[in-house]
Design a protein around this ligand. Structure first.
Ligand SMILES: Nc1nc(=O)c2c([nH]1)NC[C@@H]1CN(c3ccc(C(=O)N[C@@H](CCC(=O)O)C(=O)O)cc3)CN21
Ligand SMILES: CC(C)C(=O)C(=O)O
Ligand SMILES: [Mg+2]
Length: 259
């Protein structure tokens, strides 16, 4: 049985933290799921960590769907969510319904995530939810707005903090079942987490959220560039280098394969 959106809401009430990570292929998704991750996100950050782009903007809906299908095959327990990429939902409510519908029908993900909390996005979220599509919101640093915001922490002034809180409340009222809080001050994330009924999932937002998410390449030490708030729990670049060099040495000296 898969984790449900209802369970995430219950876990918030019980104070049980939600563990979320990103995935972009079958093998990784299979490991994360068996390791007990609660929510797996096919994040558009895969544009940067798996495809080598400088931002998340170039990735297309078809490319996200391709990765989501691979991830789906690896996930049994975790709730599976896909990011809707830049300009696959901002044009109109119709475009958002079409893109989110494709994600659920063609890949088997259980929910989609959209960035932002302005009135147009809030109206879109309400329509998606009314169509039966579970939605995760995402406020604070929204990387699809990199050319407007950069990658700086958001919500530092009282005015911008108030604005982000209002966006989070509006997304909850529109029917989002959870919300990602990215790169905002700890106190603001704490305040939003207390005010909302739906769970908050933080990244660079301090310890007071209802759950945490990381880009899995950062956790594994596989990223070429990683944000200051990310933590690597292992340096896989180093481990892989050692393994590859051991293989190379054995091939060159003729000890692999054995005779
Ligand atoms: N590997 C990876 N991990 C992520 O968490 C991640 C991505 N990629 N790609 C999509 C977005 C981009 N993110 C980022 C990227 C950089 C900073 C960063 O370097 N921030 C600095 C400098 C800000 C500036 O440009 O002034 C900071 O001090 O806030 C933060 C978040 C988070 N997301
Ligand atoms: C970091 C998470 C929240 C994300 O949106 C992504 O990986 O694309
Ligand atoms: Mg994303």
């Amino acid at each position: 049985m898969s984790v449900t959106t209802h369970q995430l809401a219950q876990w918030k009430q019980q104070g049980r933290a939600i563990v979320a990570l990103t995935a972009w292929d079958y093998a990784l998704a299979h490991v994360l799921d068996e390791a007990g991750v609660d929510l797996i996100l096919v994040g558009d950050s895969l544009a940067m960590v798996a495809l080598g782009y400088d931002t998340t903007l170039p990735i297309t809906l078809d490319e996200i769907l391709h990765h989501a299908k691979a991830v789906r095959r690896g996930v049994k327990r975790a709730l599976l969510v896909a990011d809707l990429p830049f300009m696959s939902y901002q044009e109109s409510v119709q475009q958002a319904l079409h893109s989110a519908g494709r994600a659920l029908k063609e890949t088997g993900v259980q929910a989609v995530k959209l960035e932002g909390g302005n009135p147009a996005i809030v109206a879109t979220v309400a329509q998606l939810v009314q169509a039966g599509i579970p939605v995760v919101g995402h406020v604070g640093l929204t990387p699809q707005a990199v050319h407007r915001l950069g990658y700086r922490q958001q919500g530092k002034s009282p005015e911008t903090a108030e604005h982000i809180l209002a966006e989070a409340i509006a997304l909850e009222n529109a029917g989002a079942f959870a919300i990602v809080l990215e790169h905002i001050p700890t106190d603001l994330a704490h305040q939003i987490t207390q005010k909302l009924t739906i769970p908050t999932i933080g990244i660079g937002a301090g310890p007071h959220c209802d759950g945490q998410v990381l880009v899995t390449a950062d956790l594994l030490g596989l990223s070429v560039h990683q944000p200051p708030f990310a933590k690597s729990y292992i340096n896989l670049r180093e481990t892989i280098t050692q393994a590859v060099q051991a293989y190379g040495a054995e091939v060159r000296e003729g000890t692999f394969p054995p005779g």
